[in-house]
Design a protein around this ligand. Structure first.
Ligand code: FAD
Length: 317
């Protein structure tokens, strides 16, 4: 089922969450164990992130460093199929530009189509550590909008190889990312919003936001989007705060602000168990306010850890 249909057919906010593939070499069981406790809240879909290859340097002794290419969290497509098979819930794979040629993307889309996956979240991806700034694959896409165009083309039966006879069109419902606090590379908010609008005009049917901890940022973002004529559902992405370290880590990785009130409360905590409690209470308060506002879905970044999300969902669904 398409995300947009779930949203159109529901009168109350839906529940969904995002998981990350296990580290290479780990079994899928730990992932299943983290999904299981959240199934009682009847998620309509589960997002699975995509992680690109990285270059790591391994010490081979005698001062010898060897360059090694590795994907630390492989398996997104297989995980989506496994989740759908085991839990009978829609899995939404993330697709990224970085590290993929157009042919590889096309192959992935064909696999997803054959697996009966109806939705994709189309993203650019970030730079890997050794890059500094995002660099596309020589035969890949620079921006999410270009990847989006490829998916839209396939939905219209247009493949990269235009010699194909009687092409079979796919019918993916396409989501894209939006940034209530601006994407960090955009020179200003208006420019960023214009590119978001472009993605919607090209065929994106819904938006999922970067995490935010101050609902006002989301409310302002929705207002700005509507003013600019972006009229698709805007799904808020929420992350429960679980450790003191995140006070500095989250702003630096995700380029977001944490409200002073939250920082004060977390700073007072003696240990991470207390931080977890503050994070859960904050998450519940944020979610309740968003429900009142009339959001289509509450989407939680669980990072494959179910405890905090379960406590928040228990208070709401
Ligand atoms: P884009 O839409 O391409 O935008 C990137 C930047 O370029 C912005 O500053 C934008 O303003 C600008 N821009 C856009 N189009 C143009 C254009 N045509 N010309 C000039 N400038 C332009 N990363 C992963 O690696 N894997 C994941 O699974 C993943 N999941 C995510 C899920 C969500 C909900 C979110 C919010 C982010 C996720 N990310 C993931 C991170 C994401 O890949 C990064 O935030 C990335 O830096 C931007 O991706 P984007 O799709 O927003 O890029």
């Amino acid at each position: 089922t398409k995300i947009i249909e779930y949203i159109q057919n529901s009168e109350k906010p839906l529940f969904s969450f995002e998981i990350i593939p296990p580290l290479k070499g780990q079994s899928i069981q730990s992932l299943f164990n983290s999904i299981e406790p959240l199934m009682e809240f009847k998620p309509k879909f589960i997002d699975v992130t995509y992680h690109r290859e990285e270059y790591v340097y391994r010490n081979r002794g005698e001062g010898l460093l060897e360059k090694h290419v590795t994907r630390k969290r492989p398996g997104t497509v297989g995980i989506c199929a496994a989740i759908m098979h085991r839990f009978q819930v829609d899995a939404v794979p993330h697709l990224i530009c970085g590290g993929f040629s157009k042919e590889e993307t096309e192959n992935a889309l064909i696999d997803l189509n054959f697996l009966g996956i109806d939705n994709v979240l189309v993203l650019r991806g970030d730079a890997i550590k050794s890059e500094g700034r995002f660099t596309p694959d020589p035969n890949g896409h620079q921006y999410a909008s270009e990847l989006l165009e490829q998916v839209v083309n396939m939905n219209n039966g247009v493949y990269i190889d235009d010699e194909i006879k009687n092409p079979f069109p796919s019918s993916f419902c396409i989501g894209v990312a939006g940034y209530p606090e601006k994407h960090f590379e955009a020179p200003n908010f208006t420019t960023d919003l214009n590119y978001l609008k472009m993605k919607v005009e090209m065929g994106a049917e819904y938006i999922v936001t970067q995490m935010f901890f101050d609902n006002q940022k989301y409310f302002d973002f929705v207002k700005q989007c509507r003013k600019e004529g972006i009229n698709v559902p805007i799904i808020p992405g929420l992350k429960p705060l679980t450790s003191k370290k995140q006070l500095t880590v989250l702003p630096s990785i995700f380029h977001i602000d944490l409200p002073q009130e939250l920082v004060d409360e977390v700073s007072k905590c003696q240990n991470n168990e207390q931080v977890r409690q503050v994070g859960i209470e904050w998450g519940i308060k944020q979610s309740k306010e968003l429900i009142k506002f009339g959001v289509p879905v509450l989407h939680y970044y669980s990072m494959s850890k179910s405890k905090a999300v379960k406590e928040i969902a228990s208070a709401l669904f």
